[in-house]
Design a protein around this ligand. Structure first.
Ligand SMILES: NC(=O)c1ccc[n+]([C@@H]2O[C@H](COP(=O)([O-])OP(=O)(O)OC[C@H]3O[C@@H](n4cnc5c(N)ncnc54)[C@H](OP(=O)(O)O)[C@@H]3O)[C@@H](O)[C@H]2O)c1
Length: 267
């Protein structure tokens, strides 16, 4: 099995009319690197339905600095926008802020004029960086990973949650009346110890976000918006490059919480 859940590259050969030799493309999800051979290889042969033409503003390298995590962050932001959450409604909480999804979500929200509040287990280490990429403030994970009362003080107009479990339950209990949470991850756990109270008494919406099997129109909309929104500084401040040989150690470092932002594998 070749791992690698996403890749970017140039078409060498195509039996599908939608793609031509020399075209730049990007692929995320569809089980690539999970149930099909993945992106950590010099050449790949994939179903044309899975490819997205690279937006003209982006280089292949930039698209991988965005990657699955960045695309997922954009889908979460779009889910909140589609739910009608506006910058003037109040602060948006982003959990798992130092991670790939969280850090891109903060940058995107801030570019769109939202006040993005970062939740991190590494406040001391990452406060400066999180602020530099657009967080209006940073709060400690300990404030959120406590058991929640069914309803707590209404603090957030919306949230992007990458953690699930106790943290998501706490976030739900603190969302404004009519607010929404886009949930995409399980860094804290896959359970959800909550009650129906936020939904039935505060009209809160819980919006599930999946990037792996997202339909092509949704992907294209997300790639288009993200390619226009991310500032040049994002690619310099939040992304590092590793070689293929460095991948096993990098994977351990990610799980051990030693990595912030995005790692791009140079094949
Ligand atoms: N639905 C989808 O399509 C989709 C797509 C991509 C990713 N995901 C999921 O989204 C989540 C985030 O992905 P990612 O690529 O951003 O991962 P990541 O780079 O590993 O970041 C996860 C972040 O969560 C925080 N964290 C780690 N352990 C935690 C814990 N026990 N409790 C609370 N927070 C914790 C850390 O940030 P701090 O140190 O700042 O707290 C960490 O950097 C993962 O669960 C991933 O599987 C889902």
């Amino acid at each position: 099995m070749v791992p690698g859940i996403d890749f970017a590259g140039t078409v060498l050969e195509s039996s599908d009319d939608r793609f031509s030799v020399g075209q730049h493309v990007v692929l995320t999800g569809w089980g690539v690197g999970e149930t099909h051979w993945g992106g950590m290889s010099e050449k790949s042969r994939v179903n044309a339905d899975w490819l997205v033409p690279l937006p003209s503003q982006l280089s292949s390298e930039q698209s991988m600095k965005i990657g699955t995590a960045g695309l997922t962050a954009m889908l979460c932001v779009q889910a909140l926008q589609d739910a009608g959450i506006k910058p003037e409604d109040g602060e948006i909480l982003v959990t798992g802020a130092s991670g790939g999804v969280g850090s891109v979500a903060i940058t995107l929200l801030s570019q769109l004029g939202y006040q993005a509040v970062a939740v991190s287990g590494r406040v001391e280490e990452n406060q400066q960086w999180l602020t530099s990429i657009g967080a209006s403030r940073v709060i400690a994970r300990e404030e959120l990973n406590q058991p929640a009362r069914p309803l707590e003080k209404q603090l957030w107009a919306g949230a992007i949650d990458t953690t699930g479990s106790t943290m998501l339950a706490k976030v739900l209990s603190q969302i404004h009346y009519g607010g929404a949470v886009a949930a995409c991850g399980l860094a804290c756990g896959f359970d959800l110890p909550t009650t129906v109270m936020p939904f039935i008494l505060r009209n809160v919406s819980l919006l599930g976000v999946d990037s792996v099997y997202a339909p092509i129109e949704k992907r294209q909309r997300a790639w288009d918006q993200i390619s226009k929104l991310l500032p040049e500084s994002f690619y310099q401040q939040s992304c590092k490059q590793v070689s293929l040989d460095e991948v096993p150690q990098a994977a351990v470092d990610i799980v051990d919480g030693k990595v912030s932002g995005r790692l791009v594998v140079k094949i």
